[in-house]
Design a protein around this ligand. Sequence first.
Ligand code: MRU
Length: 373
Amino acid sequence: MAMSNGDKTLQSICYKRGSLQLLDQRKLPLETLYLDILDTKDGWEAIKEMVVRGAPAIAIAAALSLAVEASNLASFDGTSDDASVFLSKKLDYLVSSRPTAVNLSDAVIKLKEVIKKAAATAKEANSVFQAYIEAAEVMLEDDVTSNKAIGSYGASFIKNYLKDSQKITVLTHCNTGSLATAGYGTALGVIRALHADGALEKAYCTETRPFNQGSRLTAFEMVHENIPATLIADSAAAALMNAGRVKAVIVGADRVAANGDTANKIGTYSLAVSAMHHAIPFYVAAPLTSVDLSLSSGEEIVIEERSPKELLHTRGGLGEQIAASGILVWNPAFDVTPANVISGIITEKGVITKNGKDTFDIAGFVHKTSGNS
Ligand code: MRU
């Protein structure tokens, strides 16, 4: 079974049963190189080293790396329970690759349930592997469907909110497009839907220092999709807002706590504070797999710190040294934007608003919409 994201957008994950290739995003936009992922070890390294990044893409790449390993096992000498233990251990290993995006641990929890159920009824190990592989493949398909729904809900909501404007100018951060997901994108999916509706004047994208997901990936996606876009330095965002050139800010999420506090790429918080100062609505677009209801607020979110090299060298650590050896570096990969500066959270089930409060009732929204397709 060959699976793709179903359209002509860029594809970070190329999967067919038994084979997985990941687009090496470190090489973009100058080189298009796919790496073969043969097993969970390759998957873990690809995630850690940013071959694949973006919360939904990390989860799906991890799940599929194990699907490929399971598909290609020459033999497995054990019971269905042994197969379940084998797969669970591999999932625990994969979850240790990057800590902040909840999509990966959410996928692991769901896949472990599938394995457990299969092991309880299956007579042979092979049925457990089969159940796992099928569930991982469904995750790939579901992510695209859910992103398209996010795009559609987000575009309608924003158009409705900004009734007076004929066309909208938005600002986005990091990369939340086809490259960060199984396809279409979250915040970039909303921008894509606005563009398809003829409602987008232009999108501004930040460079997104230090790893430059904005200049390397988002700018590339915008050019590839013919979406009118302008690249700005992260530090130009407040001036752009002050000049009245942005009508809304839309970003993605790595983990959304139950009250709506949102961890996303470092710099998101500054954008939200600037947007509030300039009375510009600030939206988070994320699938419900990015929500972590076990955390009451963002204070509990573990923020990944990455190598000092990302700041000491150009190209987010991949180029030549530019800062003095010996300087200390603080390099958090994410920050937490408090719910009180977020105007709405756009999901595949609709837009969550605060209804005059300071925080979001995400559990209530999930409960109300569960069962809606
Ligand atoms: O470090 P990265 O590139 O994995 O960070 C990605 C982001 O912060 C994205 O905004 C987020 O994962 C949402 S992707 C749809």
